[in-house]
Design a protein around this ligand. Structure first.
Ligand code: NAP
Length: 259
């Protein structure tokens, strides 16, 4: 299937590594022009270098927790490439600001780290997405529908991401801008590794999780999440908007007692 993404400028927040890095690689694989926006400058430069023979990849180093840094990231992208065809809101941190172990100030800071930039990036990207009849993909998390315990800030940010996907899909209908959310559950990345390492026996915890994943008792790969994202970026998904697509081996919705 030709996804016809050649030459499309696709901004990926948190694109230096993990799921975002996989999306950047998949975009290069489709001859698109991904722009990594990430606070991890070392990982961003490394990925950009690695991809330099395969195509054009932009890089903006930014901590996205303020509106100003989001505006700057969009401005830099436009300055370099002159257009924007898609925004992938992906950067996030499961920062464990809980109800019992957390404070209102920490909760607000978690929303700023995990949610505010989804809105700000879409807000500042909108004039350019209107010009390109572009696409917005948000990366959510199963945590928004299953809960996790001890992570109120992250869970509520991801719940809001699901709501905003519907809200923006409606608001942007007149511009033919599609908006969808991809919902991963268990994907081995540095974020996931850090979370796993908070358990006293991380390997035993991992094995207990794997046993409960209905399709194949395995983690979802970064490439499987990225493949869904590039499909949703492409015109091949031209009549899909306002959807929450779970790429999780059936972890959230299937009856685990049957597997
Ligand atoms: P990751 O491996 O930590 O990669 C995320 C990248 O984004 C990192 O380079 C990180 O930098 C950067 N980043 C985070 N917050 C940022 C900010 N405010 N400004 C700029 N850069 C920022 O994480 P991942 O596992 O790929 O997660 C990507 C997305 O998938 C997140 O939204 C996460 O909630 C979602 N998700 C992941 C899983 C999973 O199983 N991995 C499951 C459900 C949902 P640092 O390294 O400095 O933090």
């Amino acid at each position: 299937m030709d996804l016809q993404l050649k030459g499309k400028v696709i901004l990926v927040t948190g694109g230096a590594k993990g799921i975002g890095g996989g999306i950047v690689r998949a975009c290069i694989g489709e001859s698109a022009i991904p722009v990594i926006v990430d606070r991890d400058a070392t990982a961003g430069k490394q990925l950009q270098r690695e991809l330099s023979n395969a195509g054009v990849c932009g890089l903006v180093t930014a901590e996205l927790s303020t509106p100003e840094s989001c505006a700057q990231a969009i401005a830099q992208t436009i300055q370099t490439f002159g257009r924007l065809d898609a925004l992938v809101n992906n950067a996030g941190t499961n920062d464990k600001v809980g109800l019992e172990h957390g404070t209102p100030v920490e909760y607000l800071a978690s929303l700023q780290r995990n949610l505010l930039h989804y809105y700000c990036m879409a807000h500042y990207a909108l004039p350019y997405l209107k010009q390109s009849q572009g696409v917005i993909i948000n990366i959510g998390s199963k945590t928004a529908v299953t809960g996790q315990g001890g992570t109120s800030g992250y869970a509520s940010a991801k719940g809001a991401v699901m709501a905003l996907t519907r809200e923006w899909a409606v608001e942007l209908l007149p511009y033919k801008i599609r908006v969808n959310t991809v919902m991963p559950a268990e994907v081995m990345t540095s974020l996931y590794r850090e979370w796993l390492d908070t358990f006293s026996n991380p390997e035993a915890k991992l094995q207990s999780i794997l046993a409960k994943i209905p399709l194949g008792a395995r983690m979802t790969t970064i490439e499987e999440v990225a493949a869904m994202v590039v499909f949703l970026l492409s015109g091949q998904s031209g009549h899909t908007t306002g959807q929450h697509l779970f790429v999780d081996g059936g972890y959230v919705h299937l009856d685990r007692s049957l597997s």
